[in-house]
Design a binder for this molecule. Structure first.
Ligand SMILES: *Cc1c(COP(=O)(O)O)cnc(C)c1O
Length: 398
């Protein structure tokens, strides 16, 4: 049943050296139950039908593949933008939230928990819980609760309970620990919705499959527009890796397609203030998986920094760690200021205000040596409404 590919997951949940499920004993049964059921559920006709209907009629898919004519001229390529910013709730995260909550329902789970940093995953999860009439608890570091008030209010309006976490640095890592603690206490009725291609097996693979709708749409849209169903380059930003995983999923073993990932360089990879996990991380365990982790010499996880709240995660999906070390993907660290340049350029050239996360993917265009006239698909993972405070502060520089 598993489709084995060179860069896909193996039956034990590994991508080469990375992945696996490193979890407390008490969660063993629930994780095993999920490992044994997720593919069966996802491949059932009933799930596929419901998922496809909700992606179309609730999330608004397919998202357009837009030919960016003026940017193409500037970068001497044929640049297409995959418009995940046009989805309901403003980003690709809704694809995953719909899928996981449908899986939870099929498994008989009645209570949803999630963790969130910037609040985007929390909002997507709370949205789908409202739709399906399920109780939803979202763990969020107290620092993040204070700096992401509009998303906190959105989740509350949708009926979710937002629990501020006061341990550690009071950010995403601490919220995740608290969500795992909750899951340990309620293993039989609760489903933990993880927002990216991270966490213990099967989460990275499950999330990648749910997001793979992005690359299956790219295939048919490119075929219609270019007469071939593959690009020369795919470009996406990586926090945990879910929009990138969705973008590359159906091309992962197709060597004609070059994969370029953009991680958050913050103030520069040598500045001590960045979230460039692939450049700076060492193998370690985070959130139940072996992957690259930004850590000090004692193995303590370091607090990452990026101008974009959705990319400041100290780990990276195991799939992406493997793609990077095996040189299947080329990875750029894009700094805050390069991302801002990209955001203002897209806004003024194509009339699209991107999320700050997506702006990191745009920052690659100036750094990568793209072959002239090549076909490039760049995923705009989300819209910039949530980042207007930052953009307004920067406006005078542009
Ligand atoms: C959360 C988020 C990201 C980062 O998450 P991935 O799992 O790496 O995709 C990127 N873009 C937007 C708009 C986000 O909300």
């Amino acid at each position: 049943m598993t489709t084995r590919t060179r860069f896909g997951v193996d039956e034990n949940g590994y991508y080469g050296y990375f992945g696996g499920a490193y979890i407390p004993e008490i969660l063993h049964k629930c994780v095993k139950e999920l490992q044994e059921s997720y593919l069966k559920i996802m491949e059932s006709a009933e799930f596929r039908k419901e998922f496809a209907m909700l992606l179309a009629d609730f999330a608004g898919r397919p998202s357009p593949l837009f030919f960016a004519e003026r940017m193409s001229r500037k970068y001497e390529c044929r640049l297409y933008l995959k418009r995940e910013d046009l989805n309901h709730t403003g980003a690709h995260k809704i694809n995953n939230a719909i899928g996981q909550i449908l899986i939870a329902r099929k498994m008989g789970k009645t209570r949803i928990i999630a963790e969130t940093g910037a609040g985007q995953h929390g909002v997507a999860t709370a949205t789908v819980c409202a739709l399906m009439g399920m109780p939803c608890v979202v763990y969020m570091g107290k620092t993040d609760v204070e700096r992401q008030q509009p998303n906190v209010k959105r989740m509350q309006m949708l009926g979710a309970e937002v629990v501020p976490v006061t341990s550690g640095n009071m950010t995403l890592k601490d919220a995740t620990n608290e969500a795992i603690r909750d899951w340990c206490c309620h293993p039989s009725d609760t489903f933990y919705v993880i927002g990216s291609t991270v966490g213990p097996h099967p989460y990275p693979d499950m999330v990648a499959r749910l997001q793979s709708v992005i690359s299956s749409e790219i295939k048919s849209q490119l075929l219609a527009k270019e007469g071939r169903d593959y690009p020369d380059y795919l470009i996406a930003c990586v926090g945990g890796g879910s929009n990138a995983a969705g973008t590359i999923y159906h091309y992962i073993d197709d060597e004609r397609v070059k994969i370029i990932l953009a991680e958050a360089g913050g103030e520069g990879i040598l500045s001590g203030r960045s979230a460039a996990t692939i450049h700076l991380g060492k193998a370690g365990i985070i959130h139940g998986a072996r992957t690259l982790v930004i850590q000090d010499e004692n193995g303590q996880i370091e607090e990452p920094y990026s101008i974009s709240a959705g990319l400041d995660y100290p780990g990276i999906g195991p799939m992406h760690a493997n793609l990077a070390v095996r040189h299947r993907a080329e990875v750029y660290a894009v700094t805050d200021s390069e991302a801002l340049d990209g955001a203002f350029e897209l806004t003024r050239t194509e009339g699209i205000i991107p999320a700050l996360e997506s702006a990191h993917a745009l920052g690659v265009l100036k750094k990568a040596n793209l072959k002239p006239d090549s076909v490039v698909v760049l995923t705009v993972s989300g819209r910039g409404d949530k980042d207007m405070d930052t953009y307004i502060r920067e406006m005078n520089n542009y």
